[in-house]
Design a protein around this ligand. Structure first.
Ligand SMILES: C[S@@+](CC[C@H](N)C(=O)[O-])C[C@H]1O[C@@H](n2cnc3c(N)ncnc32)[C@H](O)[C@@H]1O
Length: 215
């Protein structure tokens, strides 16, 4: 992706954020420091690997994933927003390196039985309904091979959102946080707060237990 493509990707991101903020979940692409932290579990593994990125947007995290992958690896990108999918196809279809496929779909449509060595996500979970968050987490966890990783980020002190909305929204956000906490208690092995991001970001690292371990 050259400088012009990066610039136009940022503009498209910003326009889509204005048009559909709830779906996009942010007004700007993920910063490089957070993107690198979310992609960190991919470092130093032997290939060939299958990697899934969920909510790839205009490719901010994709660019941090790519240096960890080789020609023998496969990278699937899921993105629901049509203009973002066009940016991803334009930017990553013709690069040297892993085989990249872009899926224009809701991640819930990921086929049952899909299997990845690592999943990286930046979905705006806190904007979703709690039952959707539960279904998405369940699908992602079951799609990681035993021992594989799922990394994603949200915002530090996100619990504060509970206090700034009306009663219905408060209930929804609390329920989403409850669902999320359940998965984190079960699978999270590390977390990292990045204060140099505005707002500070919290990167979560989850690992699917091996078959010999209790799920
Ligand atoms: C916070 S943005 C992150 C975008 C990009 N990865 C980045 O780091 O700049 C979240 C992305 O998730 C996408 N998204 C939201 N709901 C989705 C869903 N159910 N399935 C797939 N993608 C979704 C949005 O369109 C958006 O591109």
């Amino acid at each position: 992706m050259n400088k012009n493509e990066r610039g136009s990707g940022r503009l498209i991101f910003w326009r889509q954020a204005l048009r559909a903020l709830r779906q996009v979940g942010a007004i700007a692409e993920t910063s490089e420091i957070v993107a690198r932290a979310v992609a960190a579990p991919l470092a130093g593994h032997a290939g060939p690997r299958r990697v899934l990125e969920v909510g790839a947007g205009t490719g901010a995290i994709t660019r941090a994933i790519l240096p960890h992958l080789s020609k023998a690896d496969r990278l699937d990108l899921y993105e629901i927003n049509v203009p973002f999918v066009a940016v991803l196809r334009g930017a990553f279809a013709r690069i040297e390196g892993p085989t990249i496929q872009v899926f224009e779909d809701d991640i819930e449509q990921l086929p049952a039985g899909a299997s990845y060595d690592a999943i990286v996500s930046s979905l705006p979970l806190l904007n979703m309904e709690p039952d959707k968050v539960d279904r998405v987490f369940a699908r992602l966890v079951e799609s990681v091979v035993p021992g594989g990783t799922l990394s994603y980020y949200d915002y530090w002190a996100k619990e504060a959102r509970v206090w700034v909305h009306g009663a219905d929204e408060r209930r929804r956000v609390r329920a989403v946080l409850d669902v999320t906490r359940g998965y984190l208690e079960r699978y999270e092995y590390q977390r990292r707060v990045i204060f140099r991001n505005v707002p500070p970001a919290c990167v979560h690292y989850l690992r699917r237990h091996r078959e010999s371990e209790e799920l």
